[in-house]
Design a protein around this ligand. Structure first.
Ligand SMILES: Nc1ncnc2c1ncn2[C@@H]1O[C@H](COP(=O)(O)OP(=O)(O)OP(=O)(O)O)[C@@H](O)[C@H]1O
Length: 666
């Protein structure tokens, strides 16, 4: 049903709602409130001593009056009294609120009271108060510019009248687990009767979403295990390649390589996720796998998330594969048309055995002669769909996913249920620990001196900032302004500036100069995060470190400590943030991830934007790991007893994970 079928929703509002992911009426059922205005816990006006947010129950004692201070600035004001005291209520730039209040009416108000203006309540949320009636919490939906809460609330309320969902849980399972009916749960989250009912509804919806996800994931696994694949056996060249490496593989690398080779030798496609800590040496595992594919006569593809990284892999791959007569090619979006055409031809004819590239590889025009192994080097799971496109270019190829973001095993079992997971949880020997320090703003000068002295003696440093340009957010230092400041502060040191909006070729040129040590200090936004490998760089400075997630900080820090020299990481803080101590304490990415999970709960890690991972709509409910695990267990159990459910998902499910794609069956 189309959104415009709802009262009060025209084409413009439909478009605004679409920005919240709402395309049709049923999508409103799962547009969950991000908060609730709760009108209980009333405070007596006379008891307000300090500024803060309060809920009041009071009578309006005069008619609201609106005055225009400037053309675009109005103030609407009236007084309220609750029998213990009297204060003013003011609304800025909302002249229409005047119609909502009349002298003598009782209302509930919730908002900030500021002592400094003689105690007035500013822009409070409000509701007519009727004695004896339970005050239900009002939902607050995610915001979109220009779209009033009231419009979203009305639209959601109307949409709920058409609510029609089938409960996937059989009644006996639901009862055993003490879970609410699905339809009730949806009504309840949009309009909760009480906190207890809300909590139960959230629990039920999360179970439902996890269930849909797990059923999709498990179905994929079952399909894959039925799909015939190409048997690739370890070639003799593998031994030679290992012997030619300037180092010996770590125990963890050997174990994971064994797991990969074992998968490749089976008659079903591999689907393995290799999680490795920063610098744990995943690239060589990818190369060894690609060598195995090439020597079995099938092509391999390696897809990297950025051009910088694709080029870096390509340069290393050329050296690695040359002795074995394996031909390596590169396909990038920024290449000249002729070069690209040439690359596509070679790929299609099989003149290249290993093709490295970015998402340019997944374009329709890129065809392989016989793609047998797909390796994707991705930050997070966001690449699932793109990965699938590449997989579909082969006949059930083997798939290896490399991730540099360790996530705790408990969570990876849940999120990557369709992949087998290997962990490269050991660093090559001889790596020196990176000395990590939190630094307050007052010590900035000392820090600059430190970098300056290092740069003068051949050292190199990264300075990473959260934003490109100055913004309204005065507490955040932009890369642009830090760059200007460093240039002034460090005469005679070559400083360069790198940001995401630069063209690919420009970025590459800057990185290349940094690689060659023509540039000593590289100021950048987080574009350096993924996989840049410049072993001579030994200092990492992170501005506004409190703005980054722990996993991201760990990634950034991993850009140093890649050579034999002692390395340093300085976390500059505008606001002190104790969680940064974890980084100072340990360098083990898996431990940091566990700590992150403990501190933030799984919600944020599963919530999309923060993590870049796929996003769960119920992630915002902030439920604990045990809730997530319980939901997963329920799904596994259900699938065991009612396997047909896996195929019932797409039509009936409230949540859909179709984007995950499915394994091609040939
Ligand atoms: N077993 C080993 N012993 C010594 N050095 C190694 C070993 N394995 C890999 N290396 C080296 O360690 C460095 C980091 O390896 P690589 O770039 O593969 O890390 P990574 O796991 O991809 O990390 P990141 O995700 O941070 O990019 C490379 O210079 C590589 O040559």
């Amino acid at each position: 049903m189309e959104l415009t079928a709802l009262k009060g929703v025209g084409p413009k509002r439909a478009e605004q709602l679409e920005r919240l992911g709402v395309r049709e009426v049923r999508d409103l059922w799962t547009l969950f409130p991000r908060d609730y205005e709760v009108f209980d816990d009333f405070t007596a006006i006379a008891a307000i001593r300090e500024s803060g947010v309060y809920t009041l129950r009071a009578r309006v004692v005069d008619e609201p009056r609106t005055s225009y201070v400037r053309r675009n600035f109005s103030v609407t004001r009236f007084k309220i009294d609750d029998g213990t005291g009297r204060i003013s209520c003011v609304y800025y730039n909302q002249p229409y609120v005047a119609q909502a209040f009349h002298e003598g009416e009782f209302h509930a108000f919730r908002g900030r009271v500021a002592r400094e203006f003689g105690g007035q309540m500013q822009n409070p949320a409000h509701r007519l108060y009727v004695e004896g009636e339970v005050q239900r919490p009002l939902p607050v939906y995610p915001r979109v510019q220009g779209l009033h809460q009231k419009v979203v609330r009305d639209a959601a309320a109307q949409a709920l009248k058409f609510l029609d969902v089938r409960d996937m849980l059989p009644p006996e399972v639901r009862e055993k687990g003490g879970l609410m009916e699905l339809a009730d749960a949806i009504l309840e989250v949009h309009c909760p009767a009480s906190r207890e009912r809300l909590a139960a509804a959230e629990q039920r919806l999360m179970v439902e979403e996890m269930l849909s996800f797990q059923l999709t994931v498990q179905r994929r696994r079952v399909e894959r295990e039925r799909t015939p694949g190409q048997v690739l056996s370890a070639p003799p060249e593998l031994k030679e390649a290992l012997a030619a490496l300037p180092y010996e593989l770590t125990g963890a690398q050997k174990r994971v390589l064994g797991e990969i080779l074992d998968d490749l030798s089976r008659p079903h496609p591999m689907a393995r996720l290799v999680q490795g800590d920063v610098g744990s040496g995943k690239t060589v595992l990818a190369f060894l796998s690609l060598l195995t594919a090439a020597k079995n006569g099938v092509q391999g593809a390696l897809m990297a998330p950025t051009e910088i990284l694709a080029r870096q892999h390509f340069a290393e791959a050329q050296k690695f594969f040359r002795p074995f007569g394996v031909r390596v090619g590169l396909i990038l979006g920024s290449q000249k048309e002729r070069e690209k055409r040439d690359g596509r031809e070679r790929t299609e004819l099989g003149a290249w055995d290993v093709v490295i590239g970015t998402h340019a590889l997944i374009q329709g025009s890129v065809r392989f002669r016989n793609l047998g192994l797909v390796v994707t080097d991705e930050q997070h799971r966001f690449g699932a769909q793109q990965r699938q496109v590449l997989v579909d270019k082969g006949a059930a190829p083997h798939v290896l996913v490399m991730s540099a973001t360790p996530i705790p095993r408990s969570l990876s079992l849940i999120l990557y249920g369709d992949l087998d997971v290997s962990a490269v949880d050991e660093l090559p020997p001889g790596r020196k620990p990176i000395e990590t320090k939190r630094v307050r703003e007052a010590r900035r000068r000392d820090l600059y001196d430190f970098i300056y002295r290092r740069a003068k003696t051949g050292g190199q440093a990264y300075v990473v900032c959260p934003l490109v340009e100055d913004s309204e957010d005065l507490d955040v230092r932009s890369a642009e302004s830090v760059y200007q400041e460093l240039k002034r502060a460090m005469k005679g040191v070559s400083i360069a500036y790198l940001h995401g909006r630069m063209k690919s070729g420009e970025k590459e040129a800057v990185i290349e100069r940094f690689r060659k040590n023509e540039v000593q200090v590289l100021v950048s936004t987080t574009v350096v995060e993924v996989g840049v490998n410049v072993p001579n760089a030994t200092v990492m400075v992170i501005e506004n470190a409190e703005r980054f997630g722990l996993a991201q900080l760990h990634q950034l820090r991993g850009r140093v400590g890649r050579g034999g020299e002692a390395s340093y990481c300085f976390l500059l803080e505008q606001e002190g943030s104790a969680r940064l101590d974890v980084l100072a304490r340990t360098q083990d990415g898996f431990e940091i991830a566990r700590e992150d999970l403990r501190m933030r709960g799984p919600g944020e890690m599963m919530g999309g934007r923060q993590s870049g991972m796929m996003s769960f709509k119920t992630a915002g409910f902030g439920l604990g790991l045990s809730d997530v695990e319980r939901a997963r267990d329920l799904a596994v159990e259900l699938l065991r007893t009612r396997p047909e459910l896996a195929y019932a998902i797409p039509e009936h499910s409230l949540f859909s994970f179709d984007g995950l794609g499915s394994w091609a069956v040939h």
